[in-house]
Design a protein around this ligand. Sequence first.
Ligand code: NAP
Length: 297
Amino acid sequence: MKRRLAIIGLGRVGKACAEAIAACEDLAAAGIVRRPESLGLPLPQALLGVPVAPHASELGGLDAALICLPRPLVLEAATDLLQHRIPIVEAATVPSAGYRSYQRQIDQVALRHKVAAVVGAGWEPGMLSLFRGLFATLCPKGHTATRDRPGVSLHHTLAARQVSGVKDALCAELRAGSGEIQRYVYLELEHGAALPRVQQMIENDPLFLDEETLVLPVDSIAALEDEGHGVVLERWGTSAAKAHQRFLLEGRFDRVAVTAQVMVAAARALPTLAPGAHVLADLPPSVLSHEFNEPPN
Ligand SMILES: NC(=O)c1ccc[n+]([C@@H]2O[C@H](COP(=O)([O-])OP(=O)(O)OC[C@H]3O[C@@H](n4cnc5c(N)ncnc54)[C@H](OP(=O)(O)O)[C@@H]3O)[C@@H](O)[C@H]2O)c1
């Protein structure tokens, strides 16, 4: 049977949650809670026919609620839902200085009403911390650097666009944790072009020889430039006395869409959790994604 989720607030994250739920076979949108002035507004395609109410108590048979409200309203909404014994997932971008206290307040209400909650189930707070923790597990003695959008190098972008087989290119440069410049060359290839040949031509070009260059194929440079968020997470150090270990996560993505995806995955984990507030690191990975259940290659 499908698990029934309510969406509280239909802004950017709320709409993205609706899309994420619609794409899951095991989940269904059970209802939407909106402020009074939004109750009559049209719903996006993914939510047509889904009931809308001013309060979750008016929606029947909820398994959990995804709180997608502006940050200052989230604690009050979480408290109210937990008092109604509705498990919750939230992802509010609470400043780190107040985060522990915020989490503790939700934990206390959740414990009092014997309900599970997942807090910080987005990108940041959320998955980014999980990746940081995983990298530190692989390489316990070392340093981690996190950087947002790398700067674009027009000079190198133009050079990469000249290579035969390249339809479009974007070249970004950033300073690695070691202090050296790294270059990321994103390539959209012409139909039928072979990536290894193009990659070799770029890597052997004298213009690119001076710095470490990583060539990354993408479907569309235009889409890449439209995307709002980029991150480079790097960890370097020692694993089991072996020095010079290095781990790198490079991502460009829509932060709202990714946050919704994480919230939906966290909602799937709720029935496995004890009462109280949990963070992503507390959740069983095998519940977050079926991929964790696949046998190793
Ligand atoms: N962890 C992460 O990486 C991450 C990333 C992005 C966002 N977030 C968090 O996700 C939450 C939602 O963000 P969002 O970008 O979707 O916000 P948003 O676009 O501003 O949408 C919030 C929605 O809340 C509802 N709402 C109820 N009372 C409201 C009020 N007094 N003023 C304004 N809206 C009100 C509205 O929906 P109705 O009109 O349907 O009532 C509104 O569309 C925030 O808490 C944000 O911090 C986290």
